[in-house]
Write a protein that binds this ligand. Structure first.
Ligand code: 5AD
Ligand code: FES
Length: 361
């Protein structure tokens, strides 16, 4: 009864959201059904692709959860050549993906800035301006964000990881490179420049519970984000956070909690783009499809050239590392049809929220 009352409310507060995140059995079903209904009404049944190119795992940062952190000597570092990146862009364009995401470890340098700027111009050129480009390249100076925006990137993903500054400090070294305030400022800068701005958090981190997760959802609402990508935290043995693995929720529960986060967010922010995180699929082969069912509308198929995929291991058990992009596409097509969804081939699938937010009155 209580869940129905919450789902009927106009405005959800922290307690309501905590209740939703703790829902089980019938209550959970009601939550999922409501989220699905809202998604169909507000953004429709189309799922849009963002072809993901993880072009380098070289990272200047040392986040305690991440498998490609600087101090992890056990990773083989790679950097895909520009020609290969453009090859992936061509693949995305020719297969009507609509958009591309460029992601890598976090680096800040004039050479890196130039490189991305040139790549953006080339991607726009080879796709006749048709391929939308999202960047996911971490914290950068305002001027850098501006140059990349000028060069054609129009969306940026920067996960806040957790909106709680104390928890943030637990998961990152205490230095200037890993400063919560700078991350927040970066997000604000991106939005001000005009990017469709996306953020997200990890779900089921050690010492995090539904109270902080409810606050994460409220943070997204309050920040008025256009897009969200969030998924379960998955421990990686070569990281400092691995020592807290006994504190974690069982992996299935982290998965379940992630689906509830997506559903609750869809109810809270009806018209944003929500990505079905790949980490979901690392836990459940049908993870992304389940996320689409309860509110997600974006999938990021990995189109990184095959031989590098194993090395971009932010977490363990990463899915699809042995498939070539071509195989993934066929597989995804079938999978989405199975969820009653439809792929928006060749479309940008911009965030409706962004369109409304920026519409000239
Ligand atoms: N488990 C799940 N997600 C992770 N990320 C990094 N490490 C992990 C992990 N161990 C996520 C972070 C980052 C994104 C690129 O990948 O949220 O922003
Ligand atoms: Fe990659 Fe199915 S989506 S193999």
């Amino acid at each position: 009864m209580e869940i129905e009352a919450i789902l009927g409310k106009e405005k959800l507060d922290r307690n309501d959201l905590m209740m939703l995140l703790q829902a089980t059995d019938e209550d959970k079903k009601l939550l999922f059904q409501r989220a699905e209904k809202i998604k169909l009404a507000e953004v429709g049944k189309k799922v849009h692709f963002r072809g993901l190119v993880e072009f380098s795992n070289i990272c200047g940062k040392d986040c305690y959860y991440c498998g490609i952190r600087k101090s992890n000597r056990a990773v083989h570092r790679y950097d895909v050549t520009d020609e290969q990146i453009l090859e992936s862009a061509r693949f995305a364009y020719e297969h009507d993906y609509g958009s591309l995401v460029l992601q890598s470890g976090e680096l800040e340098s004039p050479a890196f800035t130039d490189r991305i700027e040139k790549l953006l111009r080339s991607i726009k050129q080879i796709s006749h301006g048709e391929l939308g480009v999202t960047l996911s390249l971490g914290e950068q100076k305002k001027e850098v964000y501006e140059r990349w925006y000028e060069a054609g990137a129009h969306r940026y993903l920067l996960r806040i990881e957790t909106s709680n500054p104390e928890l943030y400090r637990l998961y990152h070294p205490s230095d200037k490179l890993h400063d919560f305030a700078r991350r927040l400022t970066s997000l604000q800068t991106l939005k001000r420049i005009g990017y469709q701005t996306g953020t997200g958090v990890m779900i089921g981190l050690p010492f995090q519970d539904t109270l902080q997760l409810a606050d994460d959802l409220l943070f997204m609402k309050q920040f008025d984000v256009d897009m969200v990508g969030m998924g379960p935290y998955i421990e990686h043995r070569h990281t400092p956070l691995f020592q807290y693995r006994h504190e974690l929720l069982p992996i299935r529960e982290r998965f379940d909690l992630s689906l509830k986060m997506i559903a609750a967010l869809r109810i809270l922010m009806k018209d944003i783009n929500i990505a079905a995180a790949t980490a979901l699929q690392a836990i459940d082969p049908l993870g992304r499809e389940k996320a689409v069912k309860v509110g997600a509308n974006i999938i990021m198929p990995n189109i990184t050239p095959g031989k590098y995929r194993n090395d971009y291991a932010l977490y363990e058990n990463k899915p699809c590392v042995d498939e070539e992009p071509e195989e993934c596409l066929n597989c995804l097509d079938v999978r989405i049809q199975l969820t009653d969804g439809e792929i928006g081939y060749g479309e940008w699938g911009d965030s409706k929220h962004f369109q409304k937010r920026t519409a000239v009155m």
